[in-house]
Write a protein that binds this ligand. Structure first.
Ligand code: UDP
Ligand code: MN
Length: 265
């Protein structure tokens, strides 16, 4: 199950590029958490959207992000009978679904797994109760994947939106840190670090053209930030490709429909 966090005002600058690149390859399994969508969208099925009626709109605050993440779990609990894995992405992530499926297929979803890229290169220091012990957390901006077993253990914390938000506020942790805290300290499951996940927080991802191109086919996610964290060294082969995401997608999946129909300049 792929869930994508977005917001109406990012539709044209972010989500649209995803719905025209990686999403069509797995659209049957992609779900969205958003305040709203443009009214004329036909590519997204209504029952694949979780609207966040009660989250504060257009805000990057702790409670608003925790509210959105809590809605991702509501989606999971609605559709869990269909899925062994749940992966949470942002709308500035490119996901190589083939590599992701290949990686997860080698793991046993009946074991609790918390998978992602550690946000910092040290554990998060914690000296307050409960559990005054440091822990690792994965940045949501690079995408995270949880096994069905872990989701089952997380149930007491994730079935009620208000309860999840109050937990974030009580601990004063953003959604990804709060999640890491619960998983490590309440459930005793440590992060399985995966360096094939990337967020735009990584300063060096697009620094070296040769490295980037050489390793592109091995990555699971990429993270973009316009205008400074994009592989500008890639040529503008397609029109309307500010992140070069169409080109990246077509280099990885040259036979996909999206790559057949686009006009080359
Ligand atoms: N986001 C949201 N509501 C907002 C602002 C952002 O749901 O009002 C989402 C956004 O679509 C993205 C995620 O939160 O999926 C993180 O936002 P952004 O990438 O802008 O920030 P950063 O990655 O720098 O934390
Ligand atoms: Mn981001």
């Amino acid at each position: 199950m792929y869930t994508v966090r977005t917001v109406l005002h990012f539709y044209h600058t972010r989500l649209r590029y995803l719905t025209e690149t990686w999403i069509p390859l797995v659209s049957e399994h992609v779900y969205f958490v958003t305040d709203s969508l443009p009214s004329n969208i036909t590519t997204i099925k209504a029952d694949h959207v979780q609207f966040t009626k009660y989250c504060s709109i257009q805000s990057h605050s702790l409670s608003s992000l925790c509210c959105k993440t809590a809605h991702h779990f509501l989606l999971y609990h609605r559709f869990k009978h269909k899925y062994e894995w749940f992966c949470h992405f942002d709308d500035d992530n490119y996901v190589n679904s083939k590599n992701l499926k290949n990686y997860l297929s080698k793991l046993d979803s009946s074991i609790p797994y918390y998978i992602g890229r550690n946000s910092w290169n040290t554990t998060l220091y914690r000296n307050k109760n409960p559990f005054p012990i440091p822990f690792w957390f994965a940045t949501l901006g690079a995408g995270i994947c949880l096994s069905s077993k872990l989701l089952h253990l997380l149930k007491p914390y994730t079935t009620n939106v208000g309860h999840f938000i109050r937990g974030c506020i009580r601990e004063n942790y953003f959604d990804d840190i709060y999640l890491g805290f619960i998983i490590n300290n309440f459930l005793n499951v440590t992060l399985t670090k995966n360096e094939q996940f990337h967020s735009h927080l990584e300063k060096t991802l697009f620094d070296n053209k040769e490295n980037f191109i050489m390793n592109l086919a091995n990555q699971i996610t990429l993270g973009f930030r316009y205008p400074d964290r994009i592989p500008l060294f890639l040529p503008l082969v397609f029109s309307d490709d500010p992140w070069r995401i169409r080109l990246i997608h077509c280099l990885l999946f040259p036979n996909s429909n999206e790559c057949q129909v686009k006009k080359i300049r």
